[in-house]
Design a protein around this ligand. Structure first.
Ligand code: SF4
Length: 489
């Protein structure tokens, strides 16, 4: 999953500087569990969704979730490995558990996610207080590994799977606002972008059975959620094929939506038809795979949000080839124009990497000019961080000096700031259907919500008895670079 977006949930995107988010159940669990786990998640939304799967598996195994790390019997870090800084954040956090373990030696510490999958048993050698190292496809084995560790045997399971999608596990919603829920539709990635660790830490692509996705989205809607975000590293390559070999094992193709092959456009429609009241978002798209069928489906359904996160990474075709992104500058621009042709009001955001191996000053200018051409509403921007074991690390020298990387990144960030502000200014006077998510951070006299284009908008409460989860039509009166400011119509 390219780095990814959407204030506020975008903030979750690979924000390695961000403190891990401690979880507590959406509603405090009434059941008095004998044992408790405490979990912090780092990195992308996929990791946060995985933590909800982990919570479900642990609940089944008799663990209750707690926000209070002092009382936890099991402390888990669900880690990110997308950049060096993300791993440094985790190592620093682990040092803070020394005191806790000293005070309560029976406490187990486990690391999950991409850093666990990348380091494997080395993690146990390098971090003495870690008892469990569990990769993204091995969470079902957690209860067994915990009992082994309880017995004093520190354990590792980072096996990758070609089938595992956790489709039959109902996530325990953690830290949710009860309005927006995340539903993973596939795992792994078959693209081998040369800078990326994901194919090595999350394995080959596999698509989850559409019936289980439909059921989970419908359950969320019945629970009062008004928005679902379908998650995948590259949602455009979602492809369900009824597989008779699985049929014998699981009877999975008996279910209505599992009987036919289903691609991403069809899956979007299946979920959109649950209810016009349910908003549908998705992340992340890939420029080489996004189809007209997906764009027509978005245009056909009012409740599929008019917003696409389409990572560019670089504006130079030569650098894109080194990155093994499988598209050119011209191809990318043609996709942006096609999106705007079929969905004129569509919001587009992106990811940009500054200072990739051998990038010239001219090619950096290509990235800046491409951003201006595409008029991104928002982007996630980083400088290149060499990752061990990736194609780029094995083939290319990380030859751009750090000072140059930082200067180029700053130019990209400054440009994006102007583009975001100009994009918000283009919305002045327009009215949007907004899903209310809660109070604005600044005042409880104001609502905060998002437009279909995924822009954050704040507006004063009025006499209408609105609640989080309600829709309201709001006219934009003012704006900042990051926020629209309006009033209810
Ligand atoms: S390999 Fe490429 S497409 Fe796959 S997760 Fe990494 S950056 Fe995204």
């Amino acid at each position: 999953m390219e780095a990814t977006l959407l204030q506020p949930f975008l903030e979750k995107k690979h924000d390695e500087s961000r403190q891990g988010e401690a979880f507590a159940p959406f509603q405090e669990d009434p059941i008095p569990y004998k044992k408790h786990f405490y979990i912090e998640s780092y990195g992308c939304q996929m990791n946060f969704a995985d933590s909800e799967i982990v919570a479900s598996i642990l609940k089944e195994a008799g663990f209750g979730a707690t926000r209070n790390i002092e009382i936890a019997d099991l402390i888990l870090l669900n880690t990110c490995s997308i950049r060096e800084k993300a791993e440094q954040t985790v190592r620093k956090r682990l040092t803070e558990f020394k005191k806790l373990k000293k005070a309560k030696p029976s406490t187990l510490v486990g690391v999950l996610g991409c850093m666990a999958a990348r380091l494997k048993s080395r993690f146990l050698e390098e971090e003495k207080l870690v008892d469990l190292v569990v990769g993204p496809d091995a969470y079902r084995t957690l209860p067994q590994l915990i009992s082994e560790a309880d017995g004093g045997q520190r354990s590792v399971n980072v096996l990758l799977s070609r089938e595992e999608t956790y489709a039959d596990i109902a996530p325990v919603r953690l830290n949710s606002n009860g309005i927006s829920g995340f539903v993973s539709i596939m795992r792994g990635c078959n693209n081998m972008c040369s800078f990326c660790v994901v194919p090595f830490t999350r394995g080959r692509e596999r698509s989850r059975a559409p019936q289980s996705i439909y059921d989970e989205c419908q359950d969320l809607f019945r629970e009062g959620f008004k928005e679902v975000t379908l998650l995948g590293q590259n949602v455009d390559s979602y492809h369900w094929m009824p597989d008779l070999s699985i049929e014998e094992k699981t009877g999975i193709t008996k279910d209505h939506y599992n009987r036919q092959p289903v691609n991403f456009a069809q899956l979007l429609e299946i979920v959109a038809l649950i209810s016009p009241e349910l908003r549908v978002r998705f992340s992340t798209s890939h420029p080489k795979d996004i189809t007209d069928a997906v764009l027509h489906t978005i245009a056909r359904h009012e409740n599929i949000c008019k917003y696409i996160h389409l990572p560019l990474q670089s504006g130079s075709t030569r650098v894109l080839q080194l990155m093994n992104r499988s598209y050119t500058r011209e191809w990318y621009m043609a996709k942006v124009e096609r999106i705007r042709e079929l969905i004129p009001e569509c919001g587009i955001s992106s990811d940009i990497i500054a200072g990739f191996c051998t990038e010239t000053e001219e090619e950096h200018q290509d990235t800046l000019s491409m951003m201006s051409l595409a008029k991104f509403d928002l982007s996630y921007m980083f400088f290149y961080s060499e990752r061990p074991g990736t194609l780029a690390q094995r083939r290319y020298e990380d030859d751009i000096p750090l000072a140059v990387k930082k200067r180029r990144l700053q130019e990209i960030v400054d440009l994006q700031g102007r583009l975001s502000h100009e994009s918000n200014k283009r919305d002045l006077g327009k009215s949007f259907k907004v899903l209310i998510e809660g109070n604005s951070k600044k005042s409880d006299q104001q609502w905060m919500g998002r437009t279909s284009q995924n822009k954050v908008i704040v507006f004063p409460k009025n006499e209408q008895q609105l609640q989080p989860g309600d829709y309201a039509w709001v006219q934009v009166k003012e704006c900042t670079q990051a926020t629209l400011i309006g009033s209810i119509l």
